[in-house]
Every structure is written in structure tokens, then in C-alpha cells.
Design a protein around this ligand. Structure first.
Ligand SMILES: [Zn+2]
Length: 273
């Protein structure tokens, strides 16, 4: 199991005070304190649709080395034609899918995903409390055990998402990427052993994170990527609004791209509560 590692980045405590999510807090006082600062959690069974997608633009934070999104107008209806743009984007931009073939020889691409697995029970494991003081926090097997003690066993072919509260950094893209002085990014993700557990013991359909990587960003081995994608499951990175959906009871719809031979791509993702 991943050992907890605490790495404090210099600007972290100054710009981003610890704010556990409402779900992570217990007690009326904590709930009241956060009521004005957080969106309401859509209750399961109410018919609400929560958009789990971040909009993409030139300021979208990117994994170090990946180029930013670019869009150039190439048509104008004011000139008698149609408005249209040429866009250039890295497949792994914004809220996006990682296909198994990204990490595994012989893995499937987004164009050949089973449609059945793109509509799945949504499970949200909230680690925002520990992520508020540990930028390398991970979802561990202990976290999964604790979740299941409260909410019951994760069903087969579920989509299991980590909620770390990281999106409050989006106003400062550099803080979202969170490089240390040596250029290594730090952000929460899944522990490799937990990813393996979810694939082998819970037979999940896919996994998601609200950060840029399925692994905690400083992990040099990308063990969670290997476990999820190597196990034939897809990932979605930079998922939005996971703090606004219930831990269980919602259904996720993942609108993956379908370009042949792709390794993933931006997706529109919705939660039906
Ligand atoms: Zn990716």
C-alpha cells in the first residue's frame, strides 16, 4: 500500500488554505461554515444532471511539456460563408479520456470502447481532507475499505472517481500543475495498489481523477496508469464538479472521442443523479 508522503509546496499553504469538502466534514458547524462556499451536492434520485466537464481554452493547465490548446478562425459568416475554426489540441487536454492502448500494448483505443462501459454507476471517493495538507495524497486500499464500510460494496463495471478538491486551483493554472523547484508536478491520484485492487477485485469499468494524472503526479512509475489501462480499463483525467455529486447512486455518461488509433481525447462527461 502506498506510504503517505507529505510534501508541502511553498505557495500551497499561502494561496490554498485547507478546505475539506462538505462531504469530508462531519458536524453541523463544519457544514454551516462551508455552506456558502461550496455548490450543493445533487442528491441521487432527483433527476439532476451535473456536468463533470471543464471547458477547454488556451489557459487550460497541461501536463508539463504538452502544448496548450489553440484555435484559429478559418471561416466567417459575416463574409457570406459559415463561421468555423481550426483547432489544435493534445489528446490529453482538459477533461479527457486515457485509452488502454496509451499504456498497454494491444490495448483498445477510444473508438473501440464498449458503449456499455461508457454508462456506468458513479462512485466518488473523497480524499479532499488529506489532500488539503498533502499534495501527494493517494486513494489507497484503506480508503476503498472505509468507503465500502459506509456506502456498501462497489458494484461491478462502476466508474470510480477520486475527488481531491484540486479544481479550486484552476484559477491559477500553475498551481493546478504544481511544479516543485526541480520541475516535478505534485498532485493527488490513485495509489498503484488501489488501482490494481479496483481492477482485479471490483471489476470496474473505468476510473477518474480531478487532477491531471491517474497517478499522484510525482509518481515516476505511473503504476496506477499501468494497473487501470493495462487492465483494459479507461481513465478520465481532470474531471470537474465531483464535489457536487453523491458518493453513490448517480450514473455517469462518458462521451469519448472516436478517432481511429487515438490514445484518448477530450470528452464530455455527465452525471445523472
Ligand atoms: Zn491523459
Amino acid at each position: 500500500m502506498c506510504a503517505p508522503r507529505i510534501v508541502r509546496i511553498a505557495h500551497d499553504s499561502a494561496d490554498f488554505p485547507a478546505v475539506p469538502s462538505r462531504r469530508a466534514l462531519s458536524g453541523a458547524a463544519g457544514l454551516a461554515a462551508l455552506a456558502a462556499a461550496t455548490a450543493p451536492i445533487a442528491r441521487a434520485g432527483t433527476g439532476a444532471v451535473v456536468d463533470l466537464t471543464h471547458r477547454v481554452g488556451p489557459n487550460t493547465p497541461m501536463w508539463p511539456g504538452n502544448p496548450p490548446f489553440a484555435m484559429v478562425p478559418v471561416g466567417w459568416h459575416a463574409l457570406g460563408g459559415f463561421d468555423q475554426n481550426a483547432i489544435a489540441l493534445w489528446e490529453h487536454t482538459g477533461t479527457h479520456v486515457d485509452a488502454p492502448l496509451r499504456r498497454a500494448f494491444g490495448g483498445v483505443g477510444p473508438d473501440t470502447f464498449s458503449a456499455r462501459d461508457l454508462v456506468a454507476p458513479l462512485i466518488v471517493i473523497d480524499i479532499s481532507a488529506k489532500a488539503s495538507f498533502d499534495v501527494d495524497a493517494t486513494v489507497t486500499i484503506d480508503d476503498i475499505d472505509a468507503f465500502e464500510r459506509i456506502y456498501g460494496r462497489i458494484p461491478p463495471r462502476a466508474f470510480v472517481a477520486m475527488y481531491s478538491g484540486w479544481e479550486r486551483r484552476l484559477a491559477h493554472p500553475a498551481a493546478f500543475v504544481n511544479l516543485d523547484v526541480e520541475g516535478t508536478p505534485h498532485a493527488p491520484g490513485f495509489c498503484a495498489e488501489a488501482a490494481e485492487y479496483l481492477v482485479r477485485r471490483r471489476d470496474i469499468a473505468g476510473a477518474g481523477v480531478d487532477t491531471l494524472s491517474l497517478d499522484h503526479a510525482a509518481d515516476p512509475d505511473f503504476g496506477a496508469h499501468t494497473a487501470f489501462l493495462g487492465g483494459g480499463r479507461y481513465g478520465v483525467e481532470m474531471v470537474a464538479n465531483l464535489g457536487s455529486v453523491p458518493p453513490t447512486g448517480a450514473t455517469v455518461v462518458v462521451g469519448v472521442p472516436d478517432h481511429i488509433g487515438g490514445t484518448g481525447g477530450p470528452c464530455r462527461m455527465l452525471a445523472l443523479t
